[in-house]
Design a protein around this ligand. Structure first.
Ligand code: SAH
Length: 274
């Protein structure tokens, strides 16, 4: 358990964070051009030479290999389980037909309802920072398309994910089932409160930006556990925070990088930080 005092000190520290407004990874940059001409070349070539993917390792497997080599390994993500997961999950299945040509590009993609699926690098980076081991219990807040949940499910069979928008929750659940990610538990509701029934979790990943770290999520994190959460306002660049609970129950936070995620909805929007 964490003492209230520790929590308020932590929240005060988090609330003080602010970043200059610069364009970064997520929501705003959906206009269609890949991040660099070099990468654009690679993807164009793959798509042309093998439109249907390779039969032995699934559709678009070559595009996924290129995505991992160019966007992910190239930027320093090196955990082999994470790289394998990124090569395995068919990202194109999690976006609409209109977006499929862009599925392996170096950018976030719209998934409807004003929400986005994060850039592949961010998914890989956040997953690596969770330091998951097979069998770890992980909670995701913000199922969205279900893509991040599938990546987690490639590493551990205990994945729990909550989405606040009904239609997205239903679609993601259907998509995960169809692709064989049957062990992922999905739920529709406000993730601010976590998922008490299955707590505590070895790891928690929040994929929408909150104004503060929800105290229920902190409580549901195991001693020794890790939480990744973008913290900050809607129209500013947020900070991706790594929150660790020590075996003794103390909470340590570290600011990893500036990011831009879609805003947290529901309770966190209403509450001031208590
Ligand atoms: N992880 C997703 C992308 C998430 S986009 C993927 O891989 O596709 C962020 C998602 O968080 C959106 O779908 C949004 O509806 C959801 N969200 C926002 N606030 C939430 C809340 N309070 N509880 C649960 N989900 C929330």
């Amino acid at each position: 358990m964490i003492k209230n005092k520790t929590v308020s000190t932590l929240l005060a520290a988090v609330l003080l964070l602010s970043e200059p407004l610069v364009s970064s990874f997520a929501a705003g940059s959906q206009s269609g051009s890949p991040a660099s001409p070099q990468q654009e070349g690679t993807y164009g070539q793959d798509a042309d030479s093998e439109p249907d993917g390779s039969p032995s390792s699934g559709e678009h497997a070559d595009e996924r290999r290129a995505m991992v080599a160019n966007q992910i390994e190239g930027r320093g993500v090196e955990n082999s389980a994470v790289l394998e997961a990124m090569r395995a999950v068919p990202r194109h299945e999690f976006v609409s037909a209109a977006q499929q040509g862009q599925a392996y590009s170096d950018k976030p993609l719209p998934i409807g309802h004003g929400q986005t699926i994060s850039q592949p690098y961010i998914v890989a980076y956040m997953t690596q920072m969770l330091q998951l081991e097979a069998g770890d219990k992980v909670l995701e807040i913000g199922t969205g398309s279900g893509y991040q949940a599938a990546v987690l499910a490639e590493i551990t069979n205990r994945v729990y994910t909550i989405e606040i928008i009904e239609e997205l929750a239903a679609q993601a659940s259907e998509c995960l089932q169809r692709l064989g990610y049957n062990e992922v538990r999905t739920s529709q509701g406000d993730g601010y409160y976590g998922w008490e029934e299955y707590a505590p979790f070895d790891a928690i990943i929040v994929t929408a930006a909150a104004g503060h770290i929800p105290p229920p999520l902190l409580r549901q994190l195991k001693p020794g556990g890790r939480m990744l959460i973008p913290v900050g306002g809607v129209y500013e660049v947020q900070s991706l925070m790594l929150v660790r609970k020590t075996p003794g129950g103390e909470v340590r936070t570290e600011r990893l990088m500036p990011v831009r995620f879609v805003p947290f909805r529901g309770e966190a929007q209403q509450k001031s930080g208590k």
